[in-house]
Write a protein that binds this ligand. Structure first.
Ligand code: 13P
Length: 223
């Protein structure tokens, strides 16, 4: 069973459309686990059998942290997974490996499965960046409880996906360091999804294509 994680990011911009996407994807028949990670505001709109994930959370259980959502709240809303350390969180919201490490610990304590995103920017040494993100992000954590998503930043939302061969090189480096399932993310679509699965990835993390009804259904079927 492969994991197909849909990261809607901050989309769609209204609840009617979110309901329509949920309803459409509710009909997907697949042996794979399809997980929808909508914005927090739409979690409560999902049909009962949708497997849900959060896109981020804070590391505290509750308290005076305006604007934040705790892992326990996500669990209470039915989330089985939560994405941690997405490159947009790192770049736009200043999350570093220490913050990410705290979040993963809190998520595990709440009984949810963290999906830790790692990946290099254009021009970076991919090997070095990814290994550092893993070592720092997973300090003091049993990696078998965490899912890793390898998302090269330059491949996110660009259509410039990472070749399966290159992605597989990094997958093997990750596999040497951790006992986790490993996903690929970055411009995954219905046409290229199978090439990552065939290389040995345990699934994919999908952005843009997860907001297009027919395209996402084909992607799940082709995985
Ligand atoms: P795209 O599939 O739009 O490239 O986004 C990837 C991503 O960031 C998923 O978390």
């Amino acid at each position: 069973m492969k994991l197909i994680i849909a990261n809607w990011k901050m989309n769609p911009d209204n609840s009617l459309e979110a309901k329509e996407l949920f309803r459409f994807f509710d009909d997907i028949e697949s042996d794979n686990e399809v997980v929808i990670c909508p914005p927090f505001a739409f979690l409560g709109l999902a049909p009962e059998r949708t497997v849900l994930g959060g896109q981020n959370c804070f590391w505290k259980k509750e308290g005076s942290f305006t604007g934040e959502v705790s892992p326990l709240m996500l669990k209470d809303m039915g989330c089985r997974y939560v994405i941690i350390g997405h490159s947009e969180r790192r770049d736009i919201f200043g999350e570093n490996n220490e913050i990410i490490n705290k979040k993963i610990k809190a998520v595990l304590e709440a009984g949810i499965i963290p999906i830790l995103c790692v990946g290099e920017k254009k021009g970076d040494n991919a090997n070095r960046v990814v290994v550092r993100q893993l070592e720092k992000g997973l300090e003091g954590i049993d990696s078998s409880n965490v899912i890793i998503a390898y998302e090269p930043v330059w491949a996110i939302g660009t259509g410039d996906f990472c070749s399966p061969e290159k992605a597989d090189e990094i997958r093997k480096i990750i596999k040497e360091k951790v006992k986790s399932k490993i996903l690929y993310g970055g411009s995954v679509n219905s046409k290229n999804v199978k090439s990552y699965i065939d290389k040995g990835f345990d699934g994919v993390l999908v952005g843009g294509a997860s907001l297009k009804k027919e395209e996402f259904v084909s992607l799940v079927k082709n995985a």
